[in-house]
Design a protein around this ligand. Structure first.
Ligand SMILES: [Zn+2]
Length: 463
């Protein structure tokens, strides 16, 4: 223990697994694209954040310190990257909910933090808000204009993709493909239809507007991440994470901006998590096929069963979500906790080579399915029960499944016991509407209830 082990990660830029050498000895600097806070995060989004969480947990388990920054996008970027069409989502939310953009952002930021806690995502070191980095964005945009990478037309500033020959390298997009990716009408003032917006002149009726050298306006989405990553992690850092949908245009644009302004490579390794699928389609807000983690809890699942489910697939493969898979994961997780609780009082013993193999699985591009297979192998092994329990608790630093949580020892929050007994009575009286309402009330308190032939089964969420 204590020794630092190397880790290999699949770098989207080079399309191969590479051994990661920290720029600063013993400390990995990580930037993770975070939530846009004009809506709830769904479990597909959570899968991406959990992958970044497992990455930092694994690095720490392997002996590295980490410094992770996750941005909060609290300025509403438009649905269409070209900014030519599409609605500003933050403003749509503000209009629909009759709240100010600041109130909307505060509300959904809190909801995101809450959902992240439910699936045991360890907090990032810093959560910068885009609206707090407008001067830094303006500074980068001004430098890009100065360096011939950007141009202004009528108060709007575009990035000139022809000035950056490496544009398209991350996503393997040729200029033709980039062109075919642009939708709708293109601003005729653009030099190239693929040029993207750095700063947009304010139109009428806008709520979020800042002064700039090009007149009042607001920043594009991509420039936020260049400004926040460089400001907080420096102009060279180790790892950048995001979902596979961020590769183009978001990260392609970030590279053009960050390298355009610094003149050198900024990110050593780009790592992307794959989507969560529902019946063969990507779970997305726009497709309308999504769940919040709180909805799974209302259905009686332990939120960490969703975490268990995601650990069974490699982060680089699509994962299919289904209620059956959730039930299986929920059952397996409860069994695992029962085992740990049964074994933890037993004396410790030799642990064999399983931990070495667990570390090797993590170091091999975060092979969590292999790590989970070792959990099963450990349970079946002939190690002393006390050693099994201790090793599982140790591994839980990475897995984050609360394996040491014992159902009997969980204290109910204030008022939950009364609701539980009312619900028991409602069920006995076949008043299922009341029983359902009480289940939702309990879920809001962090108590999830499942009905079994033996009565209500209760799980309390640690908060
Ligand atoms: Zn980003």
């Amino acid at each position: 223990m204590g020794a630092r082990s190397a880790i290999r990660l699949y770098n989207t830029m080079t399309r191969r697994k590479e051994e990661l050498r920290p720029l600063e000895a013993g400390r990995m600097r990580i930037y993770s694209c975070g939530p846009t806070v004009y809506r709830f995060a769904h479990i597909g989004n959570l899968r991406t954040y959990m992958f970044a969480d497992v990455l930092t947990r694994s690095l720490e388990y392997l002996g590295h310190d980490t410094h992770q920054v996750m941005n909060i996008t609290d300025v509403g970027h438009l649905t269409d990257d070209t900014f030519d069409r599409g609605e500003d989502k933050m403003l749509v939310s503000a209009r629909l909910e009759k709240k100010s953009p600041e109130e909307i952002a505060a509300y959904y930021t809190e909801a995101f933090m809450h959902d992240a806690r439910m699936v045991n995502i360890q907090p990032a070191r810093e959560y910068p808000r885009a609206t707090a980095y407008i001067p830094q964005m303006i500074e980068i945009i001004a430098k890009l204009i100065e360096g011939g990478h950007a141009y202004e037309v009528g108060g709007t500033v575009y990035y000139d993709i022809a000035s950056f020959p490496a544009y398209g390298r991350l996503s393997r997009n040729s200029t033709d493909q980039l062109l075919s990716g642009t939708r709708g009408e293109v601003d005729p003032r653009k030099r190239h239809p693929g040029d993207f917006t750095l700063w947009k002149a304010a139109g009428e009726h806008r709520l979020q507007v800042w002064p700039s050298p090009w007149g009042p306006g607001f920043p594009g989405w991509h420039i936020e991440c260049s400004a926040m990553s460089i400001s907080l992690l420096g102009d060279r850092f180790d790892i950048h994470t995001g979902g596979s949908d961020n590769v183009f245009p978001h990260h392609e644009a970030e590279i053009a901006q960050s390298e355009g302004v610094t003149g050198h490579q900024v990110v050593s390794c780009w790592v992307h998590g794959e989507h969560l699928m529902l019946s063969g389609t990507r779970m997305a807000k726009s497709a309308g096929n999504f769940f919040r983690i709180t909805e799974l809890v209302e259905q009686g699942f332990d939120p960490l069963a969703f975490r268990y489910l995601t650990l069974q697939a490699k982060y680089r493969t699509k994962l299919n979500f289904s209620p059956e898979a959730m039930s299986g994961a929920d059952h397996a997780l409860r069994q695992l906790r029962d085992r740990v609780s049964e074994w933890s009082a037993a004396p410790d013993g030799p642990r064999g080579e399983l931990d070495q193999r667990f570390r090797a699985a993590l170091a091999d591009d975060l092979d969590l399915p292999a790590a989970m297979a070792l959990v099963s192998e450990l349970i079946r092994s002939d190690l002393a029960p006390g050693a099994k329990a201790r090793l599982l608790i140790e591994w839980d630093r990475v897995l984050g499944l609360d394996v040491a949580r014992s159902p009997e020892r969980e204290a109910l929050p204030d008022g939950a016991a009364v609701l539980l007994s009312s619900r028991e009575r409602a069920r006995a009286a076949k008043d299922f509407a009341t029983a359902d309402r009480l289940r939702s009330e309990l879920a809001a308190m962090g108590v999830s209830v499942t009905d079994t032939p033996d009565g209500q089964k209760v799980v309390v969420r640690r908060s």
